[in-house]
Design a protein around this ligand. Structure first.
Ligand code: PMP
Length: 406
């Protein structure tokens, strides 16, 4: 009996993928050439699975800010903000995000993952109850595991089901309800009815926490996210987000309309016991916040490209998981077919994400595309053509897959 025996079923899934082609969950890029182009071996690849929604990773001002930060402050912070102090750039970025979101308090974290871990566990105590959407991201689930609070899941994107569960729960003795949702969901690209969640949550006296990781920068007149798009930004209790998507960096934030949120800096373990974000990450994100605020043209291009791709794939009868949004997920019949097609897409120069259970809603096997404002109309045509070729070559690909898997 070895420590690794429990991974035998997983190992056989990985072996199956390796027989079909590359390990789609461990791709190595040999070069990244721009926000939308990379290289694998000798092949130039169109990047359509990066979450680089505004295409800012190669923005000149963001790159200049990161380089300047390294020149002035070096490469690392070497410790946590609690034990080793904050750089003034951490605080400047918190102030800029707080001002953008119109909230008095904002805390910056080292990653988006740690943001949800820290804030959810920091907010919900033993007597509180967390009500969480059934499709919540792993870091929200993990955040609930760091607290003594009990957790109740409600049906995905269903304010009615939340209402029923809050009603059934009744008065929470000595505690509060913390409702956690996301703006745009990362796997299907579907959007939450945040305005309805605000009504239901507040009617029952609860607090609403929304993770706008995939929607900050992308939605709303000034890019604040889905809550801004639906006109309820000022009613949200807590907004979290990440720097790794629209903000083209690494890190995360949680902002609140409650100034008392500041006290949680003294208890949030994933804030206190890990090194703070590097100067280059913070300064790149700070420059990107300015781009978000004035980025209506980027958001428009992203929206247009999403509509173009959605229409092109729908015209070929692909099973798409949601209405047009910057994440377009194509449902495939099973993991093996999805892996085979993922390899064929790479061969034709298009990188998308292979998303398979258990990380997907409804145990779906998906080819997940995430678009960028830097994509052109021609780029989208290339993706549509690559998906068209999958249909044309279906029979021969299936035969070759069967042979490989024997
Ligand atoms: N929240 C959601 C909804 C996410 O999809 C992710 C990661 N994709 C995160 C938080 C974590 O962000 P990061 O990868 O920047 O740590």
């Amino acid at each position: 009996m070895s420590l690794f025996d429990k991974y035998a079923p997983l190992q056989s899934r990985v072996d199956m993928m390796m027989k079909i082609g590359k390990d789609a969950l461990g791709v190595q890029f040999d070069d990244i050439l721009s926000a939308t182009k990379g290289r694998v071996g000798n092949r130039e690849i169109l990047l359509a699975g990066t979450n680089n929604y505004l295409g800012l990773t190669f923005d000149e001002d963001c790159m200049a800010a990161a380089k300047d930060a390294v020149t002035r402050h070096g490469t690392g912070t070497t410790g946590s903000r609690v034990a080793n102090g904050s750089y003034h750039e951490h605080i400047d970025l918190e102030n800029a995000l707080a001002e953008h979101l119109g909230m008095p308090s904002c805390v910056v974290f080292t990653t988006g993952y740690q943001t949800n871990l820290a804030a959810i566990a920091g907010l919900a105590g033993d007597k509180d109850i967390i009500f969480m959407d059934a499709d919540a991201h792993a870091c929200i689930i993990d955040g609930t595991r760091l607290t003594g609070a009990s957790t109740i899941r409600f049906r995905h994107n269903s304010p009615e089901d939340l209402d029923k569960r809050l009603r059934r729960q009744g008065e929470i003795e000595g505690g509060n309800a913390l409702v956690v949702i996301e703006g745009m969901y990362s796997m299907f690209g579907d959007i939450a009815p945040v305005d309805e969640f605000v009504d239901v949550t507040h009617r029952h006296g609860g607090y609403l926490y929304i993770d706008e990781a995939h929607s900050y920068g992308v939605f709303g007149p000034t890019g604040c996210g889905i809550a801004e798009e639906q006109g309820v930004l000022d009613k949200i209790d807590f907004i979290s987000g990440t720097f790794s998507k629209s903000l083209a960096s690494v890190g995360g934030f949680c902002a609140s309309k409650h100034p008392e949120f500041e006290i949680t800096r003294k208890v949030m373990r994933p804030y206190m016991f890990t090194a703070s974000a590097t100067p280059s990450n913070i300064c790149a994100a700070r420059a990107a916040v300015e781009k978000v605020k004035t980025g209506a043209h980027l958001r428009q291009n992203l929206k247009d490209r999403a509509a173009q791709l959605h229409a092109g794939l729908a015209a070929m009868d692909y099973d798409l998981c949601a209405e047009p949004s910057p994440v377009i997920a194509v449902r495939r019949p099973n993991e093996a077919v999805a892996a085979m097609e993922w390899n064929a897409l790479i061969e034709s120069g298009v990188y998308v994400n292979l998303a398979v259970p258990p990380g997907t809603p409804q145990s779906s096997s998906l080819l997940r595309i995430s678009l960028s404002a830097a994509h052109t109309e021609e780029d989208i045509n290339q993706i549509i053509k690559a998906f068209g070729d999958l249909k044309t070559n279906q029979a021969s690909m299936m035969q070759s897959m069967m042979t490989k898997m024997q």
